[in-house]
Design a protein around this ligand. Sequence first.
Ligand code: ADP
Length: 672
Amino acid sequence: MFQLLSRLCNPLSLSPLGRVRLLGWILPPALLIALLALSELAVRAEFQSDRQTRLLAINQDLASLASLLTYELHAAQYFTLGLKAYLETNDGHVDEKALAPWLTELQERGAHIRNIALAPDNRISYIYPLEGNEAALGLYYPDVPAQWPGVKAVIETRQPKLIGPFQLRQGGLGLVYREAIFLHENQYWGVVSTAINADSLFAALLERAGRNGMSINIYDREQAQWLMGNDGVSGDLQEVIAIPVVGRQWDLVAGADMMQMPLRLTLVRWGGWLLALFSAYLLLQFIRSLSARMQANRALEDSQKRFKRVFSASPQAMALIENDALWLEVNPSFCALLGLQPDELQGKKIVDLFDSAEQERVLAAMQEIDNSFVINNAHFKQFEAHLASPVTDNLMGLVSLGICYRTAKKTHWTLQIIDISERIRLDNLKRDFVSMVSHELRTPLTSILGGLKLLASGSFSEFDENATKIINIALQNGERLSLLINDLLDMEKLVAGKMQFQLQEHNLVALLKQSLESIEPYAAEYQVRLVFDAPEKELRVKVDDSRLLQVVANLLSNAVKFSPPNAEVSLSIEVVNTQVKVIVCDQGEGIAPADQSKLFKRFSQVDSSSTRKKGGTGLGLAISKELIEMMEGSIGYQPAPGGGACFYFELTLVDEPNKDIASGEVGGVQRE
Ligand code: ADP
């Protein structure tokens, strides 16, 4: 943990991949927070600006309401002032006939003027319009305790005043503007008043305010009370405007609800969050893919380093060559094996590494590899060849050559060589030794066997039963030894390519009959019956007759040897087109599938213990295979249909196959 923290505190100590991973932890959340904050700030700024716009609108509405209110109040004031001027110029005389239409007209012009009243000596004697205001006519102020103190104050202070709202005698809520009239020499005349219909005025104000989503009220500062209902105003946003009223201090107050976040801004906010999340996600993905790529690159680099190490340290000579002559990679073992420096290889072709006698074979192998290369299915060939080295004579290599990669312009060859010079030298030594020992043994063994045969024939003297038995055992073992030596010599000749073959046309059927005859005594010894349903027609093959007889004898003797007493060994022939197949089947135990791969290999005995019992060298099948292949045929094993073993070999017929034979059963065996 401490190590992790100290590494995080010092990011420079981290590897590039570690730094990218650290950024992956830090950057996406940081971007997310920054973008969220930005979008929130933008939304709030926009909301604030919306609120300002709304406040402005409220202020404008409030100003227009204030002007409406002020207009009505001023109208009352001007009507009263007009009357005052009239009374003063007419010396307090009221010409009712002239005044009535004029005042009625005036009252009708004011939208909310209820009436205009004249109260000489404090009694309302004239009221316009009379209709609807009859109740107020004759009102004597001193008799109305609710009104008299206000009226008295106007008279005493000689200051006009707006009074109310209060319940008018003639009904309804009213605001009354009063002015005391004094004629010259300060002679008190009475009171003139204009009543405003407060109900309709307030209703009009409220209706207009409501239309704009506002609530309004008038606050009387003097009396510290609301005039349009007691509840003040509602809403979080409040604006106030002072109303100039004679003798009063009024504020028109407007209230409106706090604006809710509009849908547009809510959508912008959500959009901002989504954008922030998406951007952070994209950044995270980008950093992840970057770190994955870096990790992959690092893994690739590691694997390349590992491969390079293995390549360089390998004791096996390895090289990678482009287009036959551009040596891309060679390992030290390669240079050491061939005794060349890497720069000495440049310009050399692959084929130049081989002994001149081998070059044609190598070119043919390369051509074959080239032809059989299919993308993603590289083809390799392995062969033993003499190498040309400036420092080592007789350098033999087990060569693996192949194409591992190819484009339209490039072909990458891989070349691996194992030095088998020592193995070949030892093989040759062993072969020479076996050959020498076999040769040296054969001559004395021949004379020993001759002697033993003479003794066994009884030509010289009669031996007792025990001595005869011993002589016969010695003779049998001597013959087995002779067989082994002959097999060893044959094998050695075959491997060294020194075996002589005299290929000539022969009748295969005749050869098979001859072989059967020669094996007959051996079969009788094992109480085995030999069966051959020979075809009548000739089957001509080009073979070395003695070598072919050797192969057939080996197969027949094995079949007899591994058969139980009273069993049958069958020899049959099948012809298919130009191929003839000779099959030897027995009724023995056969060969287990797991052991079948051991057949035809030198010194290989499937079950050594049982074979020991039966005797044998383990070379017969290997020699037969070599011999048949030298005669351009093939040899193999197949299980017998009813148990037991079937060995066969195939040869090519010289002539066109005889129609009679090709179309029917041959030698008692059904054609394939
Ligand atoms: P050997 O001289 O030992 O018989 P071969 O090369 O002829 O040598 O045969 C190799 C081995 O193959 C034998 O030892 C035996 O185990 C097995 N084999 C050959 N022929 C038969 C057969 N007809 N039935 C069973 N096993 C056989």
